[in-house]
Ligand binder design. Structure first.
Ligand SMILES: *Cc1c(COP(=O)(O)O)cnc(C)c1O
Length: 404
């Protein structure tokens, strides 16, 4: 909780104050010159400690938050951003150039899907999508069929997949990345770890180069801020921070301060939510109006072929549940409209439980045929389980189901 902060530099304040400032005063012109040389990466300044310059480059709240965040994933460094999307977009463009290919898992978070299809495509980066069911051989065949062996530059995966909770083997993806890397072209593996990180899944330990976050979700955890993060090696984060400085996609000091406060309760919040989720998943499974429950704890019966990945990659079954009601959109909407305690809203990972309809909301932009292939249908409801009393949550679900 205190890592990276020195009270003696802030009048003995037990907590890190908010350094709500745009710029920092240099003691001398020589010091200013030295800080800028370091910031610009002048050879010979590698061991010089970076000084504070300007809050689009650095700031104490931002730096201390980064120092703390990297520990959860076992990374060498972290970079924090104004949103999850700015973390993802900035990281992608740090390594991709026109002519490159990005291989992505399906389904992806809607914003990421849009960034790849509407922005990267315009800039000459092409994409290839694979499904969670695909084996290493299937994926390599796909790369070859697209003649992309020489131009593949990044693999981007989201696991568990939202909202179907399908699992993707990160280690397998890192083997594919290694297979298509050459002496002068490294294939980077990036993993969106928003759903299960940073507590229950550590992508870097399975061979990923970058762990990405919407810190808006579990890390922030109180549905009161928008932020993002990237964690990785010193070299990777240095490259990402270079783009962050020119794009201006850095976080602000106050949001950093809020995130430092959130990090102190991250573990107990996530554990409380997972305990609730287990009880709710069991309840849903036995309900006659529910057709199927997508929950990591049911992998053994739902997707036995993904059990090995579950055991290797995850430390919990998490707190995200999706389920199919018997029927379709009508039944799903009746359920959602009759919830009283659980709020009807997108987003996830907050202290309060949220429910939404992926087919017409978060995933409305994905073509219907693609959605059907991924069993993302109009009878599905997604639930982000919070830390309330689980009896209240089940009571609310039970009452809303009685109207269906
Ligand atoms: C919310 C979310 C994002 C985008 O993050 P923002 O903070 O909203 O920009 C990216 N990936 C996943 C999995 C998300 O849930």
């Amino acid at each position: 909780m205190g890592y990276g902060y020195k009270p003696e530099l802030s009048e003995g304040s037990i907590k890190c104050p908010v350094f709500q400032t745009s710029t920092f005063v240099f003691k001398t012109a020589e010091e200013g010159k030295a800080f800028w040389e370091k910031a610009n990466g002048k050879p010979g300044t590698e061991d010089v400690e970076m000084g504070l310059i300007y809050s689009r480059i650095n700031n104490p709240d931002i730096e201390i938050l980064e120092e703390r965040l990297k520990l959860w994933d076992g990374g060498e460094a972290a970079a924090v951003f104004s949103s999850g999307m700015s973390a993802i977009a900035t990281s992608m463009v740090s390594f991709l150039k026109p002519g490159d290919v990005i291989l992505m898992s399906n389904p992806l978070y809607g914003g990421t899907h849009k960034f790849i299809h509407f922005m990267l495509h315009n800039w000459g980066v092409t994409s290839i999508g694979f499904n969670p069911e695909d084996s290493k051989e299937d994926i390599c065949k796909l790369i070859e069929a697209n003649n992309a062996g020489n131009t593949l530059k990044m693999i981007f995966v989201e696991t568990p997949a939202n909202p179907t909770n399908d699992l993707i083997d990160i280690e397998m993806c890192s083997q594919i990345a290694a297979q298509y890397s050459t002496a002068d072209k490294k294939v980077f593996l990036a993993v969106d770890n928003t759903y299960m990180g940073p507590l229950w899944q550590h992508p870097l330990k399975h061979g990923a180069d970058i762990a990405l976050y919407s810190a808006t979700k579990y890390i922030g955890g109180h549905s009161d801020l928008i932020a993002g993060a990237a964690v990785g090696s010193n070299a990777v984060i240095k490259a990402i921070k270079k783009s962050r400085t020119v794009f201006g996609t850095i976080i602000d000091p106050h949001t950093s301060w809020l995130l430092m406060r959130s990090l102190e309760t991250l573990k107990i919040r996530m554990e409380a939510a997972a305990n609730n989720a287990e009880k709710i998943a069991e309840y849903l499974l036995s309900h006659p109006k529910i057709e199927k429950v997508y929950y990591l704890g049911f992998t053994k019966t739902n997707k036995p072929n993904q059990l090995e990945v579950l055991n290797k990659q995850y430390l919990s079954n998490g707190a995200m549940i999706s389920f199919d009601l018997k029927g379709g959109e009508k039944e799903a909407f009746v359920f959602l409209n009759n919830l009283k305690h659980i709020k009807l809203a997108v987003s996830l990972g907050g202290t309060e439980s949220l429910a939404e309809h992926p087919f017409t909301m978060t995933h409305s932009d994905i073509p219907v045929e693609e959605k059907n292939k991924l069993s993302l249908t109009d009878k599905m409801v997604r639930l982000s389980v919070g830390i309330e009393n689980w009896r209240d949550l089940i009571y609310d679900i039970e009452s809303a189901l009685s109207f269906v």
